[in-house]
Design a protein around this ligand. Structure first.
Ligand SMILES: [Zn+2]
Length: 276
């Protein structure tokens, strides 16, 4: 998969002011703030019963553990960097379908949940908002933070798309299949700002999602590149306008044009760097 090095190269050339640091693997102790030890063992030993393998959607490979631990470690680092600098990104991550003992939809460890719990260990009173604008609902994240009053989960997604079984978050905005870009932006603006102002988060994790584009294979939305620029600007301006630290992670992207997927993933990071 070359989308991670390609995304990195795009960010490096278009936003050279951004300091890009290597990720590190999340330790098993860090991953266990979200997942069970038994589940970590299953992933590291490559034990995937066939139903689990189908739900995960990735080929079974012993290197998966390290890949996903790196993804979670990157989000932990981005979380702490955002608290220091106001804004940071993991050039990957956003594995929002993963829950405590369940991989789903290409997601094995829930990197944002690991990041939130890691910040919370250092700063127990931190109020965190997770803004998920990926085309699919963040069901795993919702499940993990259900009943946690210090974490607000927001997801705007296609109502009748993967995952078939939705898990309620604090605010869900389900949209029609093939929603037009203007209508999407209208729903986003009407729902997110009031939720953000009411909750008053200390930090925001944003699962951006590139699969809202009209040529995505799985997203089932009709946003153009310009709509996505406007979506990104709205989230960035809202969060940074209130001086709230912002952590950006990728989420999904499956465009027919693979290079466009890379560009769409890099775009929120580049836009955020311009706002800085
Ligand atoms: Zn998605």
């Amino acid at each position: 998969m070359d989308k991670f090095p390609r995304g990195r190269a795009i960010v490096a050339s278009e936003a050279p002011q951004i300091e890009i640091l290597p990720a590190r693997e999340a330790s098993s102790a860090e991953l266990c703030r979200v997942h069970s030890m038994e589940y970590l063992r299953k992933v590291s030993e490559g034990i995937w019963p066939s139903a689990d393998r189908v739900r995960m959607g990735l080929p079974v490979d012993p290197r998966l553990y390290r890949r996903c631990a790196l993804e979670a470690g990157g989000t932990i680092l981005a979380g702490f960097a955002a608290l220091e600098d106001g804004m940071a990104a993991n050039l990957g991550g956003g594995t929002h379908h993963a829950s405590r003992e369940r991989a789903s939809g290409y997601c094995i460890f829930n990197d944002v949940a690991v990041g939130v719990r890691s910040l919370r260990r250092e700063f127990p009173d931190l109020w965190t908002m997770i803004i998920d604008t990926d085309a699919h609902q963040g069901d795993g994240t919702h499940e993990l933070f259900s009943g946690d009053r210090r974490t607000f989960t927001y997801s705007i997604h296609v109502g009748k798309n993967f995952p078939a079984r939705k898990v309620s978050g604090d605010l869900d905005v389900p949209l029609d299949r093939w929603v037009a870009g203007d209508s999407y932006l209208d729903s986003l603006r009407r729902s997110l700002e009031s939720a953000f102002l009411e909750f008053e988060p200390d930090v925001v994790f944003w699962v951006a999602g590139a699969d809202v584009h009209e040529d995505d294979r799985f997203g089932q939305m009709r946003l153009t590149l310009e709509h996505i620029r406007q979506r990104n600007a709205f989230v960035i301006d809202l969060v940074r306008g209130w001086d709230v630290p912002l952590v950006i992670v990728y989420g999904g992207g499956y465009n027919r044009d693979r290079e466009l997927t890379n560009r769409l993933h890099a775009l929120p990071v580049i836009q955020a760097a311009r706002e800085k």
